[in-house]
Design a protein around this ligand. Structure first.
Ligand SMILES: [Zn+2]
Ligand SMILES: [Zn+2]
Length: 266
């Protein structure tokens, strides 16, 4: 007979080996182009569907999720390329509702944006919603989330999720900073931005070039690095993005140059 402690060990090991699907719904920074929609990333975990940011890519989430699980949405900041897709929420039928998390001081801004005269207000969407402000630090939501501010002209949060025995870090829009490295420490996957061309810098409006992103991933000892939020002006075609994979993939084998509707297992 299997004793209870052994059963618990088995369960723990099973949780530790769960695979989640990560789908890049939108991979463009700033505006849509034929290369992609603005940013949104979907994690399909055992118990929840989790979305980072609500750029126009979020409208495609119903191609992937059943809408049966609770959905969590983490907003990095209020720039339009991260919230523009919120006006498409009215097409969803999320059976267990939507819990939105955003940094302290931004709940009222979201309430203004998702409201008349711009779109259907939260209060009359065809499913229940909640908006919760998160302070910098660690929260148990029921999975563990760590939030830290990044370097950006608008206040911007990076997130680190620990769920199903995996660590996923989501850090966009930012320059190189210690908080991005801290959030990505030993992550199974770091999702970050590639706003700039190789070796390009923009001190007045910080973003990352491919070398910066690899630097953060290496410092953090992240196992894999997914680049998204490609600058709409800079990476106009998939070939422009692929050139990054070809040039930097050999030096960082965990590199994944994303495109819209790409799904990876983590
Ligand atoms: Zn952005
Ligand atoms: Zn931004």
């Amino acid at each position: 007979m299997i004793s209870p402690p052994y059963e618990r060990t088995l369960f723990y090991r099973e949780v530790n080996h769960l695979t989640m699907k990560v789908t890049f719904l939108g991979t463009n920074g700033w505006y849509d182009t034929p290369a992609g929609n603005t940013v949104s990333v979907l994690l399909e975990t055992r118990d929840y569907d989790i979305v980072f940011d609500a750029g126009n890519g979020i409208a495609k989430a119903d191609r992937y999720i059943t809408q049966e699980k609770p959905v969590f949405l983490f907003i990095s900041h209020m720039h339009i390329d991260h919230i523009a897709g919120l006006h498409t929420l009215c097409k969803f039928r999320l059976k267990q509702g939507l819990a939105i998390f955003t940094q302290v001081g931004t709940k009222a801004q979201l309430g203004t944006f998702v409201n008349e005269p711009y779109t259907v207000p939260f209060a009359i969407l065809p499913f229940t919603t909640s908006v919760t402000e998160l302070a910098e630090g660690v929260h148990h939501l029921p999975f563990t989330v760590e939030c830290r501010p990044l370097i950006h002209p608008a206040p911007c949060f990076g997130y680190r999720l620990e769920i199903d025995g995996k660590v996923i870090a989501y850090c966009t829009d930012t320059g190189v900073c210690d908080n991005a490295i801290a959030l990505a420490r030993d992550a199974d996957l770091l999702i970050t931005e590639c706003g700039l061309k190789p070796a390009e810098s923009s001190p007045e409006w910080p973003h990352l070039n491919p070398q910066d992103a690899i630097h953060i991933a290496r410092k953090a000892r992240a196992k894999r690095l997914a680049l998204m939020h490609f600058g709409a002006e800079v990476y106009r075609t998939q070939e422009d993005r692929q050139a990054v994979q070809e040039r930097f993939g050999p030096e960082y084998p965990g590199l994944i140059v994303t495109r819209d509707d790409m799904t990876i297992d983590v």
